[in-house]
Design a protein around this ligand. Structure first.
Ligand code: L34
Length: 288
């Protein structure tokens, strides 16, 4: 079975739209997400455009701020500080990757924790690993939602996560562990990776290489979550990390690329923006 992240995200966005429709009367305004895009990488432009479109569907106000690739680190940090101080802004997202002269770590820690819709701030990450209330990072959160929607039981399962990035691999492993899976975190240099991967009842792949996961790495009936977004070197088309045609017949459940994890990432960004908005209302701040 293929899980359509596209369909699931459409359904969830419609539910959020209904919720947000009541906000002007309840709170005086709708949530406001600011997305900062530095430079003109085509993939980043595409993702940021997707975030603006989703915002429109959900009824969230979206401001996309574009800055040239040669913006100085200080200028970018100042922009973030201004947005932190702006009570009319609920969520701030700086699209990654950034040009090499800008420290991503500095950018991430400058975004106010309360407006960190990505869940990348060190305090947010610490809260996640300490089981404290936090904003969940969008891609891992979206993956858990897809598993749930597909009726996949996580508890008691053996999960293998290939990839150890701060954005996907590590937090997705943590979310699976919290749901009582037994989790192994592997990477592209793990010895005997095919043998390890074959033990997975749930296999999550976030490596960033086309056709990295071949049919011999997947056991019959496994659940396969493909987080890759790559260009197929032969066709130039978007593809994941999994050789979909070869693996799909073996998998009980598999996510496609495009139309799988990507749309769910954006859907969860919408959810996180609403969450940040509501959290700041609870603290009694209003700007109506
Ligand atoms: N700060 N940077 C920050 N937050 C993020 O959450 C991201 N990410 C990753 C890159 N940098 C980021 C994204 O938004 C990856 N990512 C992302 C989001 C959406 C999609 C892919 C990656 C997506 O919608 N993919 C579509 C196809 C889009 C296309 O045609 O280009 C899909 O169906 O998979």
């Amino acid at each position: 079975m293929t899980i359509s992240g596209k369909e699931l995200s459409a359904k969830l966005k419609a539910e959020m739209a209904a919720e947000v429709a009541a906000f002007p009367e309840k709170y005086g305004r709708v949530p406001h997400l600011v997305v900062i895009l530095v430079g003109d990488d085509p993939a980043s432009i595409s993702y940021v455009t997707g975030k603006a479109k989703a915002s429109e569907v959900v009824g969230i106000r979206n401001t996309t701020i574009r800055r040239p690739a040669d913006i100085s680190e200080n200028e970018l940090l100042d922009l973030i500080r201004q947005l932190n101080a702006d009570d009319a802004v609920d969520g701030i997202l700086v699209q990654l990757p950034l040009p090499g002269h800008i420290s991503e770590a500095k950018v991430i820690e400058t975004i106010s924790r309360e407006k960190d819709v990505d869940g990348f701030h060190p305090l947010n990450v610490a809260a996640l690993w300490q089981k404290q209330p936090c904003i969940l990072p969008c891609t891992p959160k979206g993956i858990i939602k897809m598993l749930k929607a597909a009726g996949v039981e996580i508890e008691g399962k053996r999960a293998v996560v290939i990839g150890r990035s701060n954005i996907v691999g590590l937090p997705v492993a943590k979310l699976l562990l919290d749901r009582n899976a037994t989790v192994t975190i592997a990477h592209s240099r793990t010895r005997n990776l095919p043998e390890l991967a074959r033990q997975a009842e749930i296999l999550v792949v976030a490596i960033g290489r086309p056709k990295f996961v071949t049919a011999d790495m997947v056991s019959e009936g496994a659940v396969v979550i493909d987080v890759g977004v790559n260009r197929d070197p032969e066709t130039g088309r978007l593809c994941g990390d999994v050789d979909f045609a070869a693996v799909e017949p073996k998998a009980s459940v598999i996510t496609p690329v495009p139309g799988g994890v990507g749309p769910m990432t954006i859907c969860c960004l919408m959810e996180n923006t609403i969450e940040c908005f509501l959290n700041s209302r609870k603290k009694g701040r209003t700007d109506a």
